[in-house]
Design a protein around this ligand. Sequence first.
Ligand code: IPM
Ligand code: MG
Length: 365
Amino acid sequence: MNTYKIAVLAGDGIGPEVMEQALRVLDAVEKKHGFRTERTACFVGGAGIDNCGKALPAETLAACEAADAILFGSVGGPKWDTLPPDERPERGALLPLRKHFSLYANLRPGICLPELVHASPIKPSLIPGGFDILCVRELTGGMYFGEPKFYGERDGETIALDTLVYKKSEVERIARVAFEAARGRRRKLCSVDKANVLTSSVMWREVMNAMAPEYPDVELTHMYVDNAAMQLVRNPQQFDVIVTENTFGDILTDEMAIVCGSLGMLPSASLCQGSESFFGLYEPSGGSAPDIAGQGIANPIAQILSMGMLLRYTCKETAAADDVDRAVRNVIAAGYRTGDLATGAEGEIRVGTAGMGDAIIAAID
Ligand code: IPM
Ligand code: MG
C-alpha cells in the first residue's frame, strides 16, 4: 500500500480546528482509495514562538525535511503583532519555508461556484455561472528575496532599497508549470507583467513567448498588471490560467480571492518540482482569522481542498483528489453553508466547522 509522510503544521487561529476536519476527511479518502499517510504534527507560527521560541522551530523544519509534503494551517494573530517584522509568524515561518524548500510555484485556484455567485462582491449579472481561474505565482524570486536590500544612510539621505531581480531559468521553470497547468484546463494562459516599465518584465515576456511554440495547443496572451487588476473585477470569466511574478501575484491573488466570494473556500499549493512529483506546502489562502478562532464556526473547506491538492500534486492520488473536490461541490450544491457563505436563502443548511466536515465525509463515502 502506498504510504506518504505528511508534516502537519496547523499553526494559529482557526488553523487547528479546520486542520482537524481536513484530517478527518483524509481518513475517509484513505480508507476508500486504499493508501496511507503517516502524519507528524509540529508547532509553527505563533504556536512555534510560544512553545519553542521561534516561528519556525528547528524540529519543525526537520520534520518537514523528512516528509513528502507539508499540510499547513495558518499563522499569526494579535498576540504576536508587536514582534519585529522578521520574527512575526507570517514572515518568520512562511518565507523561510518557501526559500528552504525552493517552493517556486504557487498555485492559487480562484473558483466561484455557481451556487456562491451571490457571495461575490461582483454583480451576479457580470458572472453568470461563476468562474474558475488558476493563478500561478512565482514564489521565490523578485523583490521578496532580491539582493541587495538596504535601509540606512547614503549620501546624507535615508534610503530604503529592494531589488527586483529574476534569472532567466527562474522564469522558465514557472512558465513551464503554467503552460502545463493550462494544458490540463481550458488551454488559455495570460502572462501578467509590467513590460512597459520594468526590465525584469521585458525578460519575463520574452521567456513566455519563447516557450509558447512548445505549447501550440495553449493560447498565450500578455496583460499589464494594472490592467489585470481591473479586468479581474470587470470580467473574471475571461481568465483561465494567469502566470505572474512574486509581488504582482501576491496582490492579484488577494483580489482574486475576494471576487470569488469567501476566502474560506480557497486552497493553495506551493510547489517544487522533484524527479517524479512535487514536494509541496499546501495551505488555505485565507488567514488565521483570530476574530472567529475557537468558536467552531470557521469554514474548513479551504483546508480540506488544500489537502486535496496535496493528494493531487505530491501523492499523485488523482482519483482521491478528484473525490475531495467532488464532495465539496456536492455539499455546496446540497445547500450546506458555514456562516461566511450563508445568505439566509431557502434550502440553506447552516453548519459549523465540524458539521461541514461531517457533510463532506458523508459525500465521500
Ligand atoms: C501570501 C501572504 C504572504 C506573502 C505574507 C504573509 C508573507 O500575503 O501568501 O500571499 O506576501 O506572500
Ligand atoms: Mg498575500
